[in-house]
Design a protein around this ligand. Structure first.
Ligand code: KG4
Length: 334
């Protein structure tokens, strides 16, 4: 079965072509970073307008890269939620219309379930069950994943998502958008122990996260330093901030695995592309005798390949969308 997948939940227009859950034939992502960079964050109206411009060319490119014709496609999968509704509606409506015209089935996919399964697109894939940390610009949550269509949430952020914290700190430091990649680059030359930023552990047995205090603490440090007329040492601030985020993510993920009893840990979401998170999680998993599975960075950030995979499993369940089904902004998984 050939699947055409569409993702437009936030600021990336993406399309992919897959053969069942076995082979990824094409994955094309058109980023809107340049459009939103000068605003220091995503402007929803600009995002949906750009999706409208890019949806057709991105799908055409994915089909061309895969070497297939639209007439060969047997199933369309599109992100139904969560995300920015204006953005979601572009991809989801396009998918429903295309399926209707081509008389093929269409499935709506929860963006989070895509991230939960994206590591299955790699050659070295985990077996079920596993414990997953999904950490992106809109979400930070831990899951017990039983099979491709069943999972339960173990904890989530009570305020900002980790990626949101990266983006807000980058804005504060005038580093542009998105913040994660630039902060992690600057952090390479900084001292992670230079500034003792707080780690919000919440209650002893809590698997929830909180990053808003950390963000405020960075702002306080910046304001105090400026008030004393001293220069800001950006690499040290970035390295210390990043270390505080990563430490909490790793500690809570391993605590979650302890609770589920799983020997397998999986990462997903844009922040999972962070090199320091990948290294520290790897070291701690090795020390505890657990296996770590991480998608390549291009499959951590938003993409349609993971939507196609999750959509395939939904299709096997017989879970099709009706023409009048709507997009949703909040995930039942979150
Ligand atoms: O999954 P994603 O592409 O979009 C959603 O939020 O759904 O994730 C984007 C987020 C942004 O907040 C971005 O700053 C963060 O992922 N990110 C990173 C890195 N690369 C992307 N955060 C930390 N380090 C990175 N290397």
């Amino acid at each position: 079965m050939l699947i055409l997948a569409i993702e437009s939940s936030c600021d990336d227009t993406a399309a992919a072509v897959l053969e069942d859950d076995r082979r990824l034939l094409a994955s094309v992502v058109s980023s809107q970073n340049e459009i939103h960079a000068r605003f220091g964050g995503i402007v929803p109206e600009l995002a949906s307008r750009r999706h409208i411009e890019m949806i057709q060319p991105v799908i055409d490119e994915a089909l061309a890269v895969a070497g297939v014709d639209l007439a060969d496609i047997n199933l369309i999968a599109a992100t139904q939620g969560p995300g920015l509704v204006g953005s979601l509606l572009v991809g989801f409506t396009f998918a429903k219309a295309l399926a209707l015209v081509r008389r093929i089935p269409c499935v709506g996919v929860d963006h989070m379930s895509g991230h939960l399964l994206s590591c299955l697109l790699e050659e070295n894939k985990p077996e079920f069950p596993y414990t997953a940390l999904i950490v992106s610009g809109g979400n930070t949550a831990l899951y017990k994943v039983d099979n491709p269509v069943s999972c339960s949430r173990l904890g989530r952020t009570r305020d900002d998502a980790a990626g949101e914290a990266f983006d807000k700190v980058a804005k504060l430091l005038d580093l542009g958008y998105p913040g994660g990649p630039v902060i992690s680059r600057l952090a390479e030359n900084g001292n992670p122990a230079a500034i003792a930023f707080p780690r919000a552990r919440l209650a002893a047995d809590s698997l929830d996260f909180s990053f808003s205090g950390l963000k405020t603490s960075v702002a306080t440090h910046v304001n105090k330093t400026k008030a004393t007329g001293q220069p800001l040492t950006l690499p040290d601030i970035c390295a210390s901030f990043q270390e505080a985020v990563v430490e909490i993510l790793v500690d809570k993920t391993l605590a979650a695995a302890e609770r589920t009893g799983h020997g397998r840990i999986v990462l997903g979401g844009g922040v999972a592309a962070n090199p320091r998170l990948r290294t520290l999680m790897g070291e701690r998993c090795t020390a505890e005798g657990r296996q770590l599975f991480m998608p390549a960075p291009a499959l951590c950030t938003d993409n349609a390949a993971m939507i196609g995979l999750a959509g395939y499993y939904r299709f096997l369940q017989g879970d099709l969308v009706a023409v009048d089904d709507d997009a949703y902004s909040r995930s039942p998984l979150n």
